[in-house]
Design a protein around this ligand. Sequence first.
Ligand SMILES: Cc1cc2nc3c(=O)[nH]c(=O)nc-3n(C[C@H](O)[C@H](O)[C@H](O)COP(=O)(O)OP(=O)(O)OC[C@H]3O[C@@H](n4cnc5c(N)ncnc54)[C@H](O)[C@@H]3O)c2cc1C
Length: 500
Amino acid sequence: MDNNKNPRSSVIIVGAGISGISAAKVLAENGVDDMLILEASDRIGGRVRKEEFGEVTVELGAGWIAGVGGKQSNPVWELAKQSNLRTCFSDYSYARYNIYDRSGKIFPSGIAADSYKKAVDSAIQRLSQEANHDASTAHDVSVLAETPSTPKTPIELAIDFILHDFEMAEVEPISTYVDFGDREFLVADQRGYEHLLYKMAETFLTTKEDKILDSRLKLNKVVRELQHSRNGVSVTTEDGCVYEANYVILSVSIGVLQSNLISFRPPLPRWKTEAISNCDVMVYTKIFLKFPYKFWPCGPEKEFFIYAHERRGYYTFWQHMENAYPGSNILVVTLTNGESKRVEAQPDEETLREAMEVLRNMFGPEIPDALDILVPRWWNNRFQRGSYSNYPIYVNHQHVDDIKAPVGRVFFTGEHTSEKFSGYVHGAYLSGIDTCKALLDEMRKDKGRKNENQAFLLEPLLALTESLAQPDAVSNLHKYDIPRKLFLSSSKLGLPEAIV
Ligand SMILES: Cc1cc2nc3c(=O)[nH]c(=O)nc-3n(C[C@H](O)[C@H](O)[C@H](O)COP(=O)(O)OP(=O)(O)OC[C@H]3O[C@@H](n4cnc5c(N)ncnc54)[C@H](O)[C@@H]3O)c2cc1C
């Protein structure tokens, strides 16, 4: 077991998701090798996570590389190309023509198109209302609730759910699509999306046969306390180990920052805690169902389908996995927020029963029972506490600046610190690089300050040494007149540790 005698590191990175790994890689590239990565779970990857289900690899967390095909290349797409990651193009645009009602009838395309337009208009109206109201009235539901096109019918509610909780792109240009292009590719590779993280880790950590053997990566290390001062940071883990470093990069999710898993001594300043607590966390759950055979329509325009129910978000958005894994006989249904939390709290058999009822409404009573179900629990995972940060469309820049601003020697990174690409894998990846660059700048400045201080302290001593070197001066001085401090190391000069 590690103990207090752990050598002090230059940097400790808390969390080995993609932001933590990309930050560590930049450190290594800049010659900072004495780093330590402390990860709470037994694997790297964080919210990029695969699992074997129904004889294929499914992605419980991030599934798509979003933002492809534009003038600028998405860095995660570049990584995927380098690794020959298998992906398939996803075309959501047909989903609106595959909307089922409770009796299994598909809504005629005209009705679907009208409802779609109405939902988009309503979303735009609400957004412009929000933009025109100051913060105090923006949350006043009575002011915002009723618009002429507030969604009410099951199809309107379903489309409203897709627009707000799933798609968004139709309402407001999103940086990801503007910068990198509006195409999305589903990762369908048995090595998983997380393969990209292993490839990255391989460039600076010792690995053997796809396993990371480097002692600078410590798994199952749950950080519980960060004690920080101008001298450094002391990190205590749940198993009682203490690790010292000059700096810490904290890459845990916004949900973890909002929970009480990690305590700070001294506590974080108020501007920081307010920024953290004001950030919304989205819960997004993909439930996987394995069947003995297909009973749903297949083909390129049928990949996504929608269930219209009077309860908003009730098993609304469905996808079949035949394009990704032909013959896998797997369906995926996506739930969000309240529905995700509700389902996380109940036994999987109950969720299976509900999902089967919905499927039988759409496809008839004859369809077979699912053979297996997989329900990820991102909300109840104490190392995640949600799926990703959810900033309002009109982002308050100060808010994001505060979320990512360092507090003394503690630097913050992760998807939630990315102003342009929060919520995405590429946002997390780029945030790790940005935070690391900011830290390297600080380290350089710190070194510069130390050199200046040392020069300032040494100047009179050097002058004295120079004068001693002159034969005339020596003749006037006895060796015992040389100040004793000349022989002391700087640490004994009584200087505050921080500038030594
Ligand atoms: C269901 C779901 C679907 C998604 N879909 C997509 C998608 O299709 N496309 C897309 O681009 N993005 C998607 N995302 C978002 C994407 O996965 C994240 O933005 C990204 O992976 C976050 O990376 P990160 O490094 O910021 O955080 P994380 O991956 O969460 O890394 C943080 C790490 O910190 C560790 N940790 C937490 N607490 C402690 C502690 N106390 N001590 C030590 N370690 C700790 C965690 O275990 C974790 O490994 C999805 C996310 C989810 C959950």
